[in-house]
Design a binder for this molecule. Structure first.
Ligand SMILES: Nc1ncnc2c1ncn2[C@@H]1O[C@H](COP(=O)(O)OP(=O)(O)OP(=O)(O)O)[C@@H](O)[C@H]1O
Length: 258
């Protein structure tokens, strides 16, 4: 498709062209082009099995593409290792398991701040070294609205606030591109509103690529939407445009969204 580019946005931070991934002869992702821009939210949507997670894994280099190119700020990262890509600022938010349930909210963020690349927690630093990270950790907790819960154990937080903490630990890595994998999954109505506002705020300072099944959230906050079906791009454009696309309507027909 030729609709990957968003008009008048300047150069994309993260860009993929002709992305393809085969698994033992099965083509999970084919001919995918997408651009993720600073200050914008790009949503990747599509029915189950459409290839969204595979695209995420390709962009973060957890999977090597069978074909295609990926560039970050103009540098070709197609063959770069996951740790390098993370160090260059492409950070994927893993789900709640990325936080430590028996640490406090503050300690979770302090530990995240001492990680060099977000892929592994290194050995613990001394307490005094962690103390130096407290002001920055508090700044992050304030930004996401968790400062009043700083001394609570992560395991005691509500589901929605655990997701917020998880986002805070991801922000500790100061990503240029933040990839969010279904940030609203399992959320109640109130939490969806809060996380949507948070993602919207976060995207002011970075590029966000988000896989999200909740289409009203996509309608509210996504600047650009790519629709995948059976591994291929079905449509790309702003939400109004893609939601009116007959092929997209058919792809979603029979689901709760249409
Ligand atoms: N490691 C793998 N080996 C073989 N097939 C795979 C592998 N990973 C993904 N697939 C297949 O690739 C296709 C796309 O899967 P993927 O998980 O990327 O879709 P998705 O859009 O994220 O789906 P969902 O919304 O259900 O999470 C599916 O048919 C899946 O079975």
């Amino acid at each position: 498709m030729s609709t990957a580019s968003q008009p008048d946005q300047g150069s994309p931070v993260l860009s993929a062209r002709g992305l393809r991934r085969d698994f033992a002869g099965f083509v999970a992702v084919k001919d995918v082009d997408l651009d993720v821009h600073h200050g914008k939210i790009h949503a990747l949507i599509g029915p189950n099995g459409a290839g969204k997670t595979t695209v995420f894994n390709l962009l973060t280099k957890f999977l090597q593409p069978t074909a295609g190119t990926i560039t970050l700020a103009g540098h070709d990262i197609t063959k770069a290792a996951p740790a390098k890509v993370a160090r260059m600022g492409v950070v994927r938010s893993f789900q709640i398991s990325a936080t430590f349930p028996h640490l406090t909210v503050l300690d979770n963020v302090r530990v995240a701040l001492q990680r060099p690349n977000g892929l592994a927690t290194q050995f613990w630093r001394s307490l005094s070294a962690l103390d130096q990270l407290t002001p920055k950790a508090m700044e992050l907790l304030q930004a996401v609205g968790l400062d009043n819960a700083r001394n609570r154990l992560a395991s005691d937080l509500s589901y929605g606030r655990k997701r917020v903490l998880e986002i805070a630990t991801t922000l500790a890595l100061d990503p240029k591109v933040l990839l969010l994998d279904e940030p609203m999954a399992g959320m109640g109505h109130e939490d969806v509103g809060a996380i949507s506002r948070l993602v919207h705020t976060i995207a002011k300072d970075r590029a966000v690529l988000m896989v999200e099944h909740n289409l009203s959230v996509v309608a509210d906050i996504a600047d650009w939407v790519t629709v995948l079906q059976r591994g291929q791009m079905l449509a790309a454009g702003d939400y109004d445009t893609v939601s009116k696309d007959e092929r997209v309507r058919i792809a979603y027909m029979g689901t709760e969204h249409e």
